[in-house]
Design a protein around this ligand. Structure first.
Ligand code: AMP
Ligand code: GLY
Length: 434
């Protein structure tokens, strides 16, 4: 089995590592990959995952049996459609099904049609409609650009003055291009990431995870791509997981089948657990980053088999997805300046020592003169595993303490909530700063 993973961040490194654990011992490729992935797979650094023709050609050249797509951009660009037309199996949704992530208005309309609980909303198409909407909104309120915006297109506004500024960002500055905007009610509660594997007909939930979006401890500061995660989530029992998946995944899979754009791949529901019940904030049509880094190390079922089955309509029937009882805690190390900017070229040390206590996943690194250096906002993800939240967390933070580079940033409170829930020592983990 020869598998090509598309992407080059922490999520893709975690996917490559999980595939490498398969008893089928697949031959692994990754495009473009990164220096960490290069230790586990053959990298194709010059292949652009969004260049559909080039991906098809590379898959043929390397006799690839299955392509697994990591990020959203190649899905929206139609890479899965191109591969399937060429007769190559691809794990991920078609361009039509990926609209669930690629367009917020499409997703909201789909949720409404499928009867899925979500925040009340209106769609505004220009500045006048938006200002009119604001005068009737309650605050805080939320404005979202319609298209892909790498997590930056959501603005939460405390009052009407802030919301008016947001309207100028969307419609005058056009920071996210010419776009429709979803104006929606602000929801409060704990967030939960629920991923499911889908085969066009049914959704099979994966272990629940929690991610941390803000840069600072205690959820302070600006949103990021994700500063940490953990899995499982103590409040979500297996029965509750099945119930939630039936509420937020299966109706979407049914709807997409009815519409003749069947959903294959990973459907990610970002939920807010409000006092009024769970509500869907968004759908993503791919693995979450950094949730994947905490979920896949716990997976006991062969991921190669799961990917292959999800590509076939109805392939996941009677499929059991098993997870270990272990906890996994992922700490993200980010570079100086993140999320506003990021620093490149800072030398990273301590990776070998870190690997003694955690799974070390490369997110934004490069190799220069034989040294591993920073090359992006989120640089490394360290996943500790253990029989309880405290020990998993300690492994992740012990690894984090070993890794040093200029301006390193991390959160110190990842999974602290679960440690407290488990009645374990809530003291901060040892986190020696470089
Ligand atoms: P999204 O890309 O839609 O998931 O939004 C990114 C983040 O913004 C979410 O993970 C939430 O933390 C926050 N968010 C989005 N929509 C809402 C909402 N309606 N109420 C409160 N927070 C929200
Ligand atoms: N962790 C959130 C995302 O992958 O979009």
């Amino acid at each position: 089995m020869r598998i090509l993973v598309l992407g080059g961040g922490g999520r893709e490194h975690a996917i490559v590592k999980a595939l490498a654990r398969s008893p089928q011992s697949p031959e692994l490729f990754c495009a473009p990959g990164n220096p960490g992935i290069a230790l586990d797979a053959g990298c194709l650094p010059d292949l652009d995952p969004c260049d559909v023709d080039a991906v098809v050609e590379a898959a043929r050249e390397h006799a690839i049996d299955l392509v697994a797509v990591g990020p959203e951009a190649p899905l929206v660009a139609g890479v899965v459609d191109g591969l399937r037309e060429a007769g190559i199996s691809a794990f991920g949704p078609s361009r039509g099904a990926a609209r669930l992530e690629g367009s917020k208005t499409f997703a909201k309309e789909a949720m409404q049609e499928a009867g899925i609980p979500t925040a009340a909303y209106t769609v505004v198409r220009n500045r006048e409609q938006a200002l009119d909407g604001l005068s009737r909104a309650s605050y805080p309120t939320v404005l979202k650009a319609d298209g892909l915006a790498a997590g930056k297109g959501v603005l939460i506004c405390k009052n009407e003055a802030e919301a008016r500024e947001a309207v100028e960002i969307f419609f005058t500055e056009q920071r996210f291009g010419r776009t429709e905007v979803v104006l929606e009610d602000f929801l409060e509660g704990e967030e939960l990431s629920l991923l499911a594997l889908c085969d066009g007909e049914r959704a099979v939930p994966l272990a629940p995870a929690q991610d941390y979006k803000r840069i600072g401890d205690g959820d302070e500061g600006p949103n990021t791509g994700g500063m940490g995660s953990y899995s499982p989530v103590a409040t979500i029992s297996d029965d509750r997981l099945a119930e939630l998946s039936a509420l937020v995944h299966q109706p979407i899979v049914d709807l997409m089948k009815r519409r003749d754009t069947p959903f294959h791949g990973v459907l990610y529901a970002g939920l807010m657990m409000t006092s009024d019940g769970p509500k869907v904030l968004e759908y993503n049509t791919r693995f979450g980053d950094p949730e994947t880094q905490a979920v896949l190390p716990r997976l006991e079922t062969d991921l190669v088999e799961l990917f292959a089955k999800a590509c076939v309509t109805g392939g996941l029937i009677d499929c059991e997805v098993e997870f270990s009882e272990d906890w996994a805690v992922t700490v993200v190390l980010a570079s100086a300046g993140y999320p506003e900017s990021s620093s490149k070229g800072d030398v990273i040390t301590g990776l070998e020592e870190a690997a003694r206590s955690a799974e070390v996943v490369h997110a934004g690194t490069a190799e220069v003169d034989g040294k591993i250096v920073t090359a992006g906002g989120r640089v490394l993800n360290l996943t500790g595993l253990g029989p309880d939240p405290a020990s998993a967390r300690r492994c992740a933070y012990d690894a984090a303490a070993a890794v040093k580079f200029e301006g390193r940033q991390m959160r110190n409170d990842i999974a602290e909530r679960e440690v407290r829930r488990a009645g374990q020592d809530p003291l901060p983990a040892r986190t020696a700063q470089p």
